[in-house]
Design a binder for this molecule. Sequence first.
Ligand code: ZN
Length: 317
Amino acid sequence: MKLQLLALTKELNKTTEQLQLLELHETGINQSFDGDITPDEISELIRKQNRISHEIITIKRRIQKLNAKTILKAELIVLPILAILVFYVISNHYQPYTTDIPNNIKTRYLIENLQGTTDVVHKYWNLAKGTPLTVSIINPDHLSQDKIDVVKDAILSTNVMHIDNSLLNKSPSDGKSEYFEGWKGALSTINYTKFYVPTDFSIVESDTGPGQIVIILSNLEDPDGYSGYTRSIVDDSQILKSFITIYDADEITNNQLAAVVRHEFGHALGLPHTANPEDLMHATIQTDYPYISECDTTAIQSLYNNDTSNNGFCDTQ
Ligand SMILES: [Zn+2]
């Protein structure tokens, strides 16, 4: 290739030289036509000039093609290296479970007992073992099935993930913490409790909301800027019904929707807010990992054991 390029360049130089000589000759003719060169010879020179010009163009095109091939070759070598570098960078910095969450999602909840007081701390469902907890999803604004599926996943998923403690500001920093994407998976890890911890959820999409837990997906914006609100009705410590309202359900991202549903469903199961900002059950969801922690499941275990030494809070890291 290089030799060919060199030969072509030489040929080009030679042709250019010839052309220059010819041009000089022509200039001489124009300046002082002394009869040494006949008009036929001039025509011949012009033809020769045209031919050489044509050759130059051809050679230049060949050189251009050669250059293009060289660039292509360079690309073929460089591109895979770039691809490997990009893959390396991504694989070293990509955290599979990070989300677009940290928007400080505001939530609130309210517990009312039949006497109208609202200071109930310990509350839990008191279901016969193996009885499913019924959940109905009300969708008055006709949100897409995609959104409904996000809500269902936050309840039914059994996906487990392990996140490096170094990312969670937890100790030991070289360890990992287990998180669940859905309540079914998280609650299934609880072994023995005094009251039955629901692990079976029967979800229906219904406008009449027959479920024990009713989730309303609303497009309305809460005037106080809340994204989620849970109101539970209790009799003594027993939860009779929970209403979850998700505001702005079409505006928030699917990851945010999942986080709010996970949080509110935690309330519906009996969990209060935690003072730990790193936890899903913090009043303002601000963690980058808004999943159900071991701390949350331990809090549920305490509640369903009616263990009053632990208020069901998940304040420790
Ligand atoms: Zn809350």
